[in-house]
Design a protein around this ligand. Structure first.
Ligand code: 1GP
Length: 247
């Protein structure tokens, strides 16, 4: 069943073409978080994702989610690295499987551990197929024991995305890794989004308005930025949002 947060994402995509999601890693953001998220809301970010591949403390996660909820009215969506990434204070969770992991832990085991917790906390699960793309190792590919889909292997990425859709996942995420030197190639985004019917989220290494515009024109339904927000602040995100509007 499609819940409220998922409905808001889908409506946003329908209305705007490509939406912006901000990623807050609780290990990296502490000062100023309240102001940052309030600014993001006024600039037009649609939701806040919260998580990080090395997150270890659920107390730190809870504190971050509470600060965000107290400071803006945007939906909060958990982006978990495992059961530790679940907080009772969020609205929703990307209930995801790392499609190209070679570890059963990231394919299904963590989800089995987390499912009853999601239910108990009354979080809205949003089923998502997550795929790591790139040539070199990143924190997420190392932690997730993933064999990244090379940037040029567009057919392979498309097959993964289609498999995710046929398994019932309602979003596909193409991930180049946080702070990646290179973002996902717009040609890959274009083919994947032409092939699947579900929205395609793209993240990792997006730093400039021009990059965001190219991804939106290629057919991305959502782009995610974390590092640029952390390093340059919401002003940069405002420029990225303007670029998405242009696209
Ligand atoms: C990482 O895709 C996200 O999971 C965001 O990446 O930190 O490079 O923006 P950046």
């Amino acid at each position: 069943m499609v819940g409220k947060v998922e409905g808001a994402l889908v409506d946003g995509i329908r209305e705007k073409g490509c939406i912006h999601l901000a990623l807050i890693d609780p290990e990296k953001f502490s000062n100023n978080l309240a102001h940052i998220v309030a600014d993001l809301e006024s600039h037009g970010t649609l939701a806040i994702m919260i998580g990080g591949s090395t997150l270890k403390s659920s107390a730190q996660l809870d504190k971050t989610v509470k600060t965000i909820r107290d400071s803006c009215s945007l939906p909060t969506i958990l982006f978990p690295n495992g059961p530790v990434g679940i907080s009772r204070f969020a609205h929703a969770i990307f209930f995801m499987s790392l499609l190209n992991s070679s570890s059963t832990r990231y394919l299904i085991e963590s989800q089995v551990v987390g499912a009853s917790v999601v239910r108990r906390f009354n979080l809205e699960p949003i089923p998502l197929g997550y795929m790591i793309v790139g040539q070199s190792e990143t924190a997420v590919s190392k932690v997730g024991v993933a064999k990244p889909v090379p940037f040029s292997k567009i057919d392979l990425a498309t097959d993964y995305a289609l498999a995710a859709q046929y398994l019932g996942m309602r979003f596909v995420y193409l991930e180049a890794g946080s702070g990646a030197e290179r973002m996902v190639d717009p040609r890959m985004v274009s083919r994947v989004s032409e092939t699947v019917d579900v929205p395609v989220i793209v993240g990792g290494g997006i730093r400039t308005p021009d990059q965001a515009e190219r991804l939106a024109r290629a057919g991305a339904s959502a782009i995610v930025t974390g590092t640029v927000l952390e390093q340059e602040g919401p002003g940069r995100v405002k420029q990225i949002l303007a670029a998405l509007k242009r696209a």
